[in-house]
Design a binder for this molecule. Structure first.
Ligand code: SAH
Ligand code: SF4
Ligand code: F3S
Length: 465
């Protein structure tokens, strides 16, 4: 696909800006908004764009969703429980609206992009005023105008792969920012719905990315997180075949103190990337490298295109080049047909690698994916027992892995007040571990030097230097 064909033209964005002004002029337009976000960083960042667009329509953020004139749910459908939670909360708001009849309810995001979902909204969720998919995000002003103007339910889902540049963004944090470098995914891991709801993989033009990063650097941002479903394959289809490592090198040169990225796919993780990280000045020593399973047959059925051995080789190379690098992963238990022995392979891989952290999930069948029609669904009780065993192992290992930080000096970027005490703040160290130190509100957004003194219940605490 040609890049020019998927980039939303300037005239279209200008048309949307015009709609935003028209909404602002409507006599009974919503004055406040609340965005409810589910799912991954992509969605979190999309929500920042939604908020940005709503503010151009003159709306201000509400404290609580019950108090907002316009509530929008940005949904996720990666697992069934994500979907169930979103729908449950949308339905709950229907009840709340009885007290606030002029509230406008919208639903958007990945769930709306699922086949058949538009019909379900039209038939079963008639109280939803507006629903649109991920491909229509930039058209929010137009769609909202239509809804408000007609007073009728508006549902818009398209199957288009677009890149919308320069949408207004209202960032949740001033000190740390998301920066999308690519959209969609072409990997079709057999369990995963993301390629169906986020479309084909498409990379942003490197110069636009650089411009955005420069803008963030100038505004004093301390950390940026580069986003994509598979950032390692960045550049596919772009003129000149830029690589992710090359892009990272250029961003590293801008002087932003901290650079992170996610997500990486082991099959596309190049030596060039490892070298770039080792030589980089500001690229944080941390890596999220989802393994999913430690068994080769399961990996094959998952369509992951690497073996356990290849995964371990990548990890060794990474650790050799960047000693002490913080390593995290995603794991799925109870993929269809997974035997006890195959699950044990995942356990032994976890023992072997010793991840700094792991996100663990029970396999959830997603309609339309290849795995959904595979035989051998694992009974719930077995899955529950397996995931508990895996979590227990990871916690025990994590306790040991975290010990290596005690006594060390770390720089943390303070994210907020500690949940346990108002006299303490917590933030992330360079290796992605959370550290709590003494401090107050004024420290939020600052980079603090501290010495880590203690580890208790998987929490590191320290003192400032
Ligand atoms: N693009 C990223 C993130 C995908 S979703 C990646 O490739 O890693 C995040 C995680 O959700 C995946 O890594 C996987 O572990 C999990 N996941 C995806 N689909 C799932 C499903 N159907 N059931 C259970 N877990 C799933
Ligand atoms: Fe899903 Fe696989 Fe793509 Fe990640 S790489 S989004 S798990 S299909
Ligand atoms: Fe969920 Fe969509 Fe992200 S399905 S995990 S919000 S890309």
């Amino acid at each position: 696909m040609q890049h020019a064909e998927i980039t939303v033209p300037q005239e279209e964005l200008a048309r949307q800006a015009e709609f935003a002004r028209s909404v602002k002029e409507l006599p009974h337009r919503p004055e406040s908004y609340y965005v409810v976000t589910y799912g991954c960083q992509m969605n979190a960042h999309d929500s920042e764009k939604i908020a940005g667009m709503l503010e151009t329509m003159g709306m201000v953020p509400a404290e609580k969703r019950e108090e907002a004139d316009f509530v929008i749910f940005n949904t996720c459908c990666v697992r069934e429980n994500a979907e169930r939670r979103a729908l449950g909360n949308v339905t709950w708001l229907k009840e709340v609206r009885k007290q606030k009849p002029d509230m406008v309810i919208a639903v958007c995001g990945c769930m709306i992009q699922e086949p058949g979902m538009a019909e379900i909204i039209l038939r079963k969720y008639k109280f939803v005023d507006l629903a649109f998919g991920t491909a229509n995000l930039h058209r929010l002003p137009e769609l909202l105008y239509e809804t408000l103007n007609s007073g009728k339910q508006t549902v818009q889902v398209e199957d288009r792969d677009v890149i919308a540049e320069e949408l207004p963004i209202r960032r949740l944090r001033k000190d740390a920012a998301y920066l999308t470098i690519m959209y969609g995914c072409d990997n079709f891991c057999s369990y995963c719905i993301v390629p169906y709801v986020r479309g084909r993989e498409r990379s942003r033009d490197p110069e636009s990315i650089l411009r955005e990063a420069e803008g963030l650097a100038a505004s004093g941002v301390k950390e940026i997180m580069l986003l994509g479903q598979n950032v390692n394959s960045y550049g596919k289809g772009l003129p000149g075949n830029p690589t992710f490592a090359g892009l990272l090198k250029r961003i590293d040169g801008l002087g932003i103190p901290r650079i992170r990225f996610m997500t990486s796919h082991p099959k596309d993780m190049s030596d060039e990337l490892i070298e770039t990280m080792a030589e980089g000045k500001h690229i944080l020593p941390q890596f999220h490298l989802p393994v999913q399973s430690g068994n080769n047959e399961i990996l094959k059925k998952m369509n992951r295109h690497y073996t356990r051995e290849q995964y371990l080789e990548r990890v060794s190379k990474l650790r050799a080049a960047i000693p002490g690098i913080g390593l995290s992963t995603d794991i799925i238990v109870s993929f269809p047909g997974e035997t006890e022995a195959q699950f044990e392979d995942t356990m032994s891989l976890v023992r072997e690698v010793r991840f700094d952290s792991a996100f663990t999930f029970i396999y959830s069948p997603r309609t339309g994916t290849k795995a959904a029609s595979m035989e051998g669904m694992i009974p719930e009780a077995v899955s529950a027992e397996r995931i508990q065993r895996l979590i227990a192992l990871q916690e025990q290992l994590q306790q040991e892995t975290l010990k290596r930080f005690v006594g060390r000096e770390e720089e943390i970027l303070v994210e907020g007040l500690s949940r346990r005490s108002r006299l303490a703040v917590s933030g992330k160290g360079r290796h992605a571990v959370s550290v709590t130190v003494d401090g107050n509100e004024q420290d939020i957004g600052r980079i603090l030097k501290c010495r880590i003194t203690n580890l208790k219940n998987n929490t590191l605490t320290g003192e400032r230097i």
